[in-house]
Design a protein around this ligand. Structure first.
Ligand code: 13P
Length: 287
């Protein structure tokens, strides 16, 4: 069931759990994530970066594929199709293509410009019944060419953006895309608590979900995080399982070269990662 992310995130906030956003790259990724969400009766958000959208030939292709898979697979749990770290132009393209949710990442603009552009996109999203995520402060590291310095968000700026009527707010709290370096200082719960204090009920988004220890995830949820993004971890599980298959020479046995066989261990591995995250985030049986 393709829906906006609004209701699922408000329920998560009230129920003190988080909904996972898992980024997709192709049909296998999408199928694995949808299968697990349905199996665990969990709401889910499919994240699409601009790079992944381009890779899949465009947002229209992505929206058509997700809509059709949702139908053909008879998915009964709520699924939001969400643009991840969208540019201003990318947001318009996804709205047109039929996404149910967008993120406008204006964090690299001066705050006034971020606010102006976010305000405009909030108006359109609300009119069309879509959910919208905004970002203040920046997520460190690199994701699909989007590079952030990792500054912690200013709680007053968070309040200004939250007051625009966004559905959810991503705020930098020392989180990083990709693997965390050995000398990572951990999430800044002080910043998170100060933001929560300012924005009240606004569902908060934790990017860079890969590799954050379980106790930090739980604490973040207790402080208002209702959506957690995971991308790299599914890529790593896919890569590891695929490497094992090839290194064991399975692709050379019988019809092991068949792409449906070659990609199966990776797809299974993604499923296992998504299962573990849904369990940890507490969204199983909340659909
Ligand atoms: P990771 O790749 O670190 O899991 O981050 C995902 C993310 O935040 C997507 O926006």
């Amino acid at each position: 069931m393709l829906v906006s992310a609004k209701e699922m995130l408000e329920k998560a906030r009230d129920g003190k759990y988080a909904v996972g956003q898992f980024n997709i790259n192709n049909l296998e990724w999408t199928k694995s994530i949808l299968q697990v969400a349905e199996e665990m009766k969990s709401p889910v958000i499919l994240g699409v970066s601009e790079g992944a959208g381009k890779y899949m030939t465009g947002f229209k292709t992505v929206a058509a594929m997700v809509k059709a898979m949702d139908e053909e697979m008879k998915i009964s749990v709520p699924v939001a199709l969400h643009l991840d770290h969208g540019t201003y132009e990318g947001c318009y393209k996804c709205i047109k293509a039929g996404f149910t949710s967008i993120m406008f990442d204006g964090s690299h603009y001066p705050i006034d410009e971020n606010i102006d552009k976010t305000r405009e996109l909030v108006k359109i999203s609300q009119a069309m019944g879509l959910s919208i995520e905004a970002e203040v402060g920046s997520i460190g590291g690199e994701e699909d060419g989007v590079i952030g310095m990792g500054e912690c968000a200013d709680p007053n700026e968070c309040k200004q953006v939250a007051d625009l009527g966004v559905t959810m707010l991503a705020a930098g709290i020392g989180n990083i895309h990709g693997k965390y370096p050995a000398n990572w200082k951990g999430l800044s719960f002080e910043t998170l608590a100060a933001i929560k204090e300012k924005v009240g009920d606004m569902p908060l988004v934790l990017h860079g979900g890969t590799g954050i220890p379980a106790d930090m995830i739980k604490k973040a949820i207790s402080l208002g995080v209702a959506k957690i993004n995971v991308n790299t971890e599914c890529q790593l599980s896919f890569q590891e399982a695929t490497r094992k298959y090839i290194e064991a020479g399975k692709d050379l046995e019988g019809k092991g070269f068949d792409p449906r066989k070659l990609l199966a261990p990776g797809a299974e591995a993604i499923k296992q990662t998504v299962r573990e995250k849904i369990e940890l985030f507490g969204s199983a049986n909340k659909a």
